[in-house]
Ligand binder design. Sequence first.
Ligand code: KG4
Ligand code: ZN
Length: 343
Amino acid sequence: MRLLAIETSCDETSAAVIHDAAVESLVVSSQIKIHAEYGGVVPELATREHLANLQPVVRQALSEAGITADSLDAIAATRGPGLPPALMIGWKAAQSMAYALAKPLVGVHHIQAHLYSPWFTENPLRAEWELFEPNVSLVVSGGHTLLVKAETPLQHSVLGSTQDDAAGECFDKTAKLLGLAYPGGPEIDRLAKDGDPNAFEFARPMLNQSNDDFSFSGLKTSVRYFLDKNPNIATDNSLLPDLCASIQAAIVEVLQKKTLRAAKRERVSCITLSGGVACNRSLRQRFQGACEHAGIQLRLALAVLCTDNAAMIGLLAEKQLELGMEPAGLADDIRPSWAITGG
Ligand code: KG4
Ligand code: ZN
């Protein structure tokens, strides 16, 4: 089985060629610099960029894999959730290719692709489905914060999610309050490295509630009030690392403790971590320490697969076909607000 996968749900244009659970090529064209000027993703600009970049990105992916389109067995693309006009570019291109080549079209759920990405390993980049074991999975991206129990590949149930802002959104919005560049998550991560996480005390929202839900909008508001009340701190650049480390510690502690608690309650011996925020150094370290202490196996998504990419879309698409899931029909359309469901 050899397939081409396309991802255009937000601000990365990406294509990958997958062959028997291995990634033969992966090309990602990021638009971060274009959107940075506006402090967030501008859907109209993202769409125009996808339109301009998709063809060269797909051509490059095919050429790096050393194949032509006629040797493909299927075409896969992100069907949702995501920005509707951005999704539309990748989906329509995939539909056209599937039609022209008379091959199946596979629609992939973007968050499910993040969810299973910790099972994709490197050297060479491939899926390790044979090692899969039941797990509790934390998916933390710019738009989602989800705790999921996964029993087998593509059989999962959502345990909890954020009631308001996603963890990535909280990083980005608090970074904005601190005057940092977009996207704020990596900036906070970088500055926090030299800061004291105990310098300032911020709330740990919903940490002591026994459910698996999260809430991050209150933390953002408490940072705003804190900066308003302490203008001397807000304007003192030498305190920026301490502020970043303290904010990061609040987000990371809630994510780590609630995930460990859920894993123990669900009696699983494996935790996985994925999504853009899973790049965060402190989050990775804290999960590593806590899982080691609890005797739980931890599978972290590779850094290259934490942010949006077509390799995770293609590897999951191949699994969907292998499990006998129906491909999409050529008349089927995008699903911008596709709820995550499983098995
Ligand atoms: O998964 P992703 O690339 O896109 C979505 O599907 O949302 O996640 C992007 C999010 C952004 O909020 C970004 O600030 C955050 O991931 N992020 C980080 C780090 N790298 C990316 N947050 C904290 N620390 C990082 N190192
Ligand atoms: Zn994503």
